[in-house]
Design a protein around this ligand. Structure first.
Ligand SMILES: Cc1ncc(C[n+]2csc(CCOP(=O)(O)OP(=O)(O)O)c2C)c(N)n1
Length: 250
């Protein structure tokens, strides 16, 4: 029988542990497809973070290193500086990147480390069962904001692309979403671009991918996709926030 559709080579055969309706699996696939299409699997070194994607090292079929909570950009910095011929990426959740790891991501971006960051924003701490994240929306109910997030008590959700775009360092910053197939395809193109920017030695590249957490949001998988489109996309506008290659006409 002719095979018409198969797993990217950059994914292992290990069955993923993600909950039904979670888009981490889709995003893993997009990263793996980008690695395959650029032919960089043997060169790639991924840095897994802490959160639901902590086992990313079992799923990506390339060299992987685990970092302590929030420290993936610092670990990636070390790996890339020691092995500049490798393609180094981090894969981080919003709790990991925008809370405990806020200092690491800001400084890696400011230094324009030549790394690729995949930032999965699901507006909640998924792994630890649904506490409020820095990206939790106003009014959103979580385990630690049971009456909904308020400005008075918890402040505003943090927009990472916009924040990092205030720095000179980043070469590529883009926000994409996974709420339907058209946007998944767009997300794949942005992720590939973020790897190409590193290949071209342009500096720090980050793709923020809006993602679901249907279990901790308390929704069906289909409702979670709709909720993401109706609530997350308006607060976190999709688009390219920095692209130094566009200025150069590449
Ligand atoms: C230093 C430290 N603080 C807190 C934790 C607990 N912890 C593990 S995962 C996590 C939240 C991760 O959430 P996020 O990064 O949004 O990823 P998700 O699970 O939603 O994909 C927390 C608080 C930890 N492991 N280490």
């Amino acid at each position: 029988m002719q095979t018409v559709f198969q797993k990217p080579e950059a994914l292992t055969d290990v069955a993923m542990h993600y909950c039904p309706g979670c888009t981490h699996g889709i995003i893993h696939r997009l990263v793996a497809e980008a690695i395959d299409s650029l032919g960089i699997r043997e060169q790639a070194i991924g840095i897994a973070s802490v959160g639901c994607s902590v086992f990313a090292y079992d799923y990506f079929n390339c060299d992987m290193q685990q970092a302590a909570h929030g420290r993936a950009p610092a670990v990636a910095t070390g790996v890339k500086r020691v092995r500049p011929e490798n393609i180094v990426f981090t894969y981080q959740g919003d709790g990991d990147l925008a809370s405990i790891g806020m200092a690491e991501i800001v400084h890696a971006a400011a230094r324009s480390e030549n790394i690729t960051v995949i930032f999965v924003n699901n507006a909640i701490y998924g792994m630890t069962s649904g506490q409020m994240a820095p990206t939790t929306l106003l009014g959103q109910k979580t385990a630690t904001s049971p009456r909904g997030r308020t400005v008075e008590e918890m402040g505003y959700p943090i927009k990472m692309c916009e924040l990092l775009a205030t720095l000179e360092g980043p070469a590529y910053l883009s926000r994409v979403s996974t709420h339907d197939s058209r946007h998944v395809l767009q997300a794949g193109r942005a992720i590939k671009k973020a790897f190409e920017v590193q290949q071209q030695k342009k500096g720090f590249a980050m793709v923020e991918v809006l993602s679901t957490c249907s279990v901790n949001w308390g929704m069906t998988p289909v409702n979670a996709l709709q909720w993401m489109e109706e609530n997350m996309v308006p607060y976190y506008p999709l688009g390219v926030y920095r692209d130094v290659t566009a200025k150069e006409g590449n």
